[in-house]
Each structure stands twice: as C-alpha cells, then as structure tokens.
Design a protein around this ligand. Structure first.
Ligand SMILES: [Zn+2]
Length: 182
C-alpha cells in the first residue's frame, strides 16, 4: 500500500473493524510508515483517555440528578396530600349518599327509619357543635388574654394573624416536604 492510512482506517484497525485483508495491508503499512504509526499512537492515546474517564461515576451522578429532578416535579406538597385523602373521604360520603338514596327510593330501607336516624345524627351534630362553640369561645378568651393584639384593631389584626398563621403553615409545609419526602 503506497498511500497513507486515513484516521478512520486507523481507528477501524484499532477497533478491529477491518477485514483480514485490509487489516494485513494496514499492518504492513504501519510497519513501514512512521507518519501513520504516529497517528496510530495518537488515536490509541485518545482511546485510552476516553476509556479512563470515570464514566460510571459520571453516569451514577447524572442518573441521580435527573431522578431527583423528576421526583421533585412529582412530589406533592403536604397540603395537597391531605386534600387528596380528604377527597377520598368525600367521595366515600357521596357514594354512601347515592346508595342510601337508591335504597330509600327502591323501598329497601324504610324512610321512617332513615328520618329516625337523621334526627339522631342531628342530635349528635348539635351536641358536637355546641361543644365546638364552647371550645372556640375558650380559645378566643385565651387569645384575648395572651395575644390581645389579635383583637386589637378589629378584623384587620385578626386577618393579619390568620394570614401569618397560614404563611407559617405554608413555610412549614415546604420544609416538611423537602425534609421528609425527598
Ligand atoms: Zn502512512
């Protein structure tokens, strides 16, 4: 072979991608040509450098960073999760109500029994609301005693306090999600 080998041919030779005839020719030429041998050793150097790159470490780090970005997009806030759970409960109530309505309509359940149950539920609810009212009253008394500024300038301070509490909860929410979900 009189002509010099191209870079591609030398790379193919190094990768073992030549036919046996071409390989023999390349070997013959490399044996006699200093210039091509020098190109060959350069390409071998590049190959070795590429192979010695900490590829697995890079891959692992890359994968981790991509995955964390993906999961960051998917992670729901704590409040969303709570709402999600509440939505299930709400859906259950809706289903139960529909079932109850269907039973009453088809006469499987006596409507009088239902109204009996309703009055019992109402009793329970009114009992618990009065209890809740007294608790709210106790809480506002506590607030008036220890945090009088809440009732300071009417509803403005109240709104400010509520806003501050909500903002605090939002910050806590982000913090908790960052801390425990990831
Ligand atoms: Zn040559």
């Amino acid at each position: 072979m009189s002509r010099h080998l191209s870079g591609n041919e030398i790379q193919d030779y190094l990768d073992g991608g030549l036919t046996s005839d071409a390989r023999a020719e390349a070997e013959q030429h490399l044996y006699t040509c200093r210039q091509c041998r020098s190109l060959q050793s350069s390409l071998t150097e590049v190959d070795r450098a590429l192979k010695s790159l900490p590829r697995e470490q890079l891959d692992a780090r890359f994968t981790r960073s991509v995955m964390s970005r993906l999961t960051a997009g998917q992670a729901d806030s704590l409040s969303f999760k709570i709402l999600e759970k509440l939505a299930y409960v709400f859906a259950l109530f809706v289903v139960l109500a529909v079932l109850l309505a269907a039973f009453i309509f088809s006469g499987v359940i006596d409507a009088r029994q239902v109204s009996d149950g309703q009055s019992r539920i109402q009793e329970f609810l009114s009992g618990s609301t009065s209890q809740m009212k007294s608790q709210v009253a106790a809480f506002s008394n506590l607030l008036a005693e220890y945090a009088p500024f809440v009732f300071g300038v009417g509803s403005l301070c109240m709104a400010g306090t509520i806003f501050a509490v909500v903002a605090l909860l939002a910050v806590l929410d982000r913090f908790l999600v960052r801390r425990f979900v990831h």
